[in-house]
Design a protein around this ligand. Structure first.
Ligand code: 13P
Length: 265
């Protein structure tokens, strides 16, 4: 959505339910004074922390997300979590196709598509993650990779669900320990590719879909990323797992986003 700022963290396989609760209490207290009119803050903890997290945060204060979801409502899928289970827990956002799901757990574009369709059909906000590997980048296939992931991931997604679609651009080589953050110019260029592809697929309504950058965002590079014209938000791992550190990043980038989006002069 134009003129709105999205800032969130994926807690990956870190933090027990108790640790997640402490983190969320700290975070909601630190950012309690910030207006949510133009700002959405979201946290995506582990499945086992979701129930505790739901009881800890107020709706509309911090949006609650899940890191993955099976596409079927129920079935013989040992170890999987269904959309009905997430609905039951009051989850609002479902993250689909994170790089660690695709490249460590072997999730295919076809599976990502089924999950995306199911998440949207169940009324969740779907945070679809895309990004090229270092090898694809070296071969000059980054744009093709992003376009393929978008076109296969969003196959069959109707225009009227675009209001609940968010995209995260997370280059695989930039994520996690050992990752190299993308330069702001590189990231912005790929956001432009993503936005162009979405507008080819959906026309002007695609302008409503926010595209967030993720991959080694930290206090040192967050301002420069936030200032880029095609970046609508930040999706942060390690640098946001301490509530005070995330609060600092949020306060640093908010005025940058606001100025860029013309909310303040
Ligand atoms: P890092 O910020 O730790 O690189 O992780 C980013 C990420 O994977 C968010 O989903």
């Amino acid at each position: 959505m134009a003129g709105h700022i999205y800032l969130g963290s994926n807690l990956k396989m870190y933090k027990t339910a108790r640790q997640t609760q402490d983190y969320l209490l700290n975070l909601s207290m630190s950012i309690g004074d910030l207006s949510r009119r133009d700002l959405t803050v979201f946290i995506i903890p582990s499945f086992t922390s979701l129930d505790r997290a739901r009881r800890t945060i107020h709706k509309g204060d911090i949006l609650l997300g899940a890191q993955n979801m099976h596409w079927e409502d129920e079935g013989q899928f040992t170890g999987e979590i269904s959309p009905l289970m997430l609905e039951d827990l009051g989850v609002e956002v479902v993250e689909i196709g994170h790089s660690e799901r695709r490249h460590v757990m072997g999730e295919t574009d076809a599976a990502v598509n089924r999950k995306t369709l199911s998440a949207l059909a169940h009324g969740f906000i779907c945070l679809l993650c895309v990004g090229e590997t270092a090898e694809q980048k070296a071969l000059g296939l980054s744009d093709e990779t992003l376009r393929t992931q978008l076109k296969t991931g969003l196959w069959g997604v109707p225009t009227d669900s675009l209001d609940r679609l968010w995209i995260a651009y997370e280059p695989v080589w930039a994520i996690g320990v050992g990752g190299t953050p993308a330069s702001e110019d590189y990231a912005d260029g790929k956001h432009a590719v993503i936005k162009h592809c979405l507008s080819e697929m959906y026309g002007s309504v695609a302008g409503r879909v926010p595209v967030l950058y993720g991959g080694s965002v930290n206090r040192g590079n967050c301002d420069a990323l936030a200032a880029m014209p095609h970046i609508d938000g930040l999706f942060i791992g390690r640098a946001a797992w301490d509530a005070n550190a995330f609060n600092e990043i949020i306060r640093a980038v908010l005025p940058v986003f606001q100025r860029k989006q013309g909310m303040v002069k």
